[in-house]
Design a protein around this ligand. Structure first.
Ligand code: IPM
Ligand code: MN
Length: 357
């Protein structure tokens, strides 16, 4: 038996999680495995209930689980809370406490949705990118100072700090990942300006000497942002820091047509954490119209990476592809001529595909 910690979170989190859990139940039933799911609070929901974004009980459960599924956290209601208690602290705390130093964000184009991309279709040929984002260090966790007055001037700061060991482990993971794919790693930094980037680049070069079959290329982050829209087909694996990875993965997600589609896996020392890359979308929460595919595809990644059920993961991914090919679209993907469906209907359609196999 496998145990998973389920954290629906805030905004559209609970709606997409409910849909994804139905799919998961079905997928594991076919695989003949029992998965026990334990629901826990984190983010704004936990602030409201327990006064903290990441209650000890949630963290303990996550530590003991085989994997964690997370919907989304945050929303304008909590924008005014003490910065140390913001909903986002739940995700940052889980990532750090569980030692999840690598965030895998695959960017693939569903052929049925190619027309939705803001890029011309011819620019989308061969787009299949794995973004490997460092997740336990950098400016997200460096020394910081909230706004304060110093000699009459108000200032605030954050620090981008990386150690050789932190860079080495993430770059190695990217090199290993590329060795199973198209054998190319693009390491993204700002080495023309930042000291931390110069260490990053030097460490990446050293790590690559152990992976002769993989080509390592360096790009400045500004150029990478441009290349992602000019010629995204040139990339295989992109490895980069926490902050650059956050920004570039949202940019890359748009290539596929909607950020609502994109899954992610956070892996490392502890149990893996799986969440869509989009946020809690408070503007559409509670309406039942959110796109559950990012959450569903994150569940597939969990089956593949943490529960060792790659066939079940493949089945879910194929079912998603079939439902999109059949013309069903949630509101974010909708264009005239297609069939608009709710979150729940999208879930049902995918479940039907799964049972038809
Ligand atoms: C993401 C999110 C998070 C991040 C936020 C919610 C803390 O934007 O997973 O990309 O910045 O890492
Ligand atoms: Mn982000």
């Amino acid at each position: 038996m496998k145990t998973i910690t389920v954290i629906p979170g805030d905004g559209v989190g609970p709606e997409i999680m409910e849909t994804a859990m139905r799919i998961l139940e079905q997928a594991v039933k076919y695989a003949g495995i029992v998965v026990a799911s334990e629901y826990h609070a984190a983010g704004g929901a936990a602030i409201d209930k327990y006064g903290v974004p990441l209650p000890e009980a949630t963290l303990q459960a996550a530590r003991q689980a085989d994997a964690i599924l997370l919907g989304a956290v945050g929303g304008p209601v909590w924008d005014t809370v003490d910065p140390a208690l913001r909903p986002e602290k739940a995700i940052l705390g889980l990532r750090k406490e569980l030692g999840l130093y690598a965030n895998l964000r695959p960017i693939k184009i569903f052929p049925a949705l190619a027309g939705l991309s803001p890029l011309k279709p011819e620019r989308l040929t061969n787009v299949d990118i794995m973004i490997v984002r460092e997740l336990n260090g950098g400016i997200y966790y460096g020394e910081k100072c909230e706004a304060k007055f110093i000699d009459g001037v108000e200032a605030a700061w954050d620090t981008e700090r990386y150690s050789t060991a932190e860079v080495e482990r993430i770059v190695r993971l990217a090199l290993q990942t590329a060795a199973q794919r198209r054998c190319k790693v693009t390491s993204v930094d700002k080495a023309n300006v930042l000291a931390s980037s110069r260490l990053w680049r030097q460490t990446a070069d050293l790590a690559a000497t152990d992976f002769k079959q993989v080509e390592l290329q360096h790009l400045y982050v500004d150029n990478c942002a441009m290349q992602l829209v000019l010629n995204p087909g040139q990339f295989d694996v992109i490895v980069t820091s926490n902050l650059f990875g956050d920004i570039l993965s949202d940019e890359a997600a748009v290539l596929a047509g909607s950020i609502g589609l994109m899954p992610s896996a956070s892996i490392g020392d502890g149990p893996g954490l799986y969440e869509p890359i989009h946020g809690s979308a408070p503007d559409i929460a509670g309406q039942g119209i959110a796109n559950p595919l990012g959450m569903i595809l994150s569940t597939a990644m969990m089956l593949r990476y943490s529960l060792q059920l790659p066939a079940a993961a493949d089945k879910i991914e194929q079912a998603v592809e079939q439902v999109l090919s059949a013309g069903y679209r949630t509101a974010d993907l909708y264009t005239p001529g297609f069939t608009k469906v709710t979150t729940e209907q999208m879930g049902k359609l995918i479940a039907e595909q799964l049972s038809g196999d």
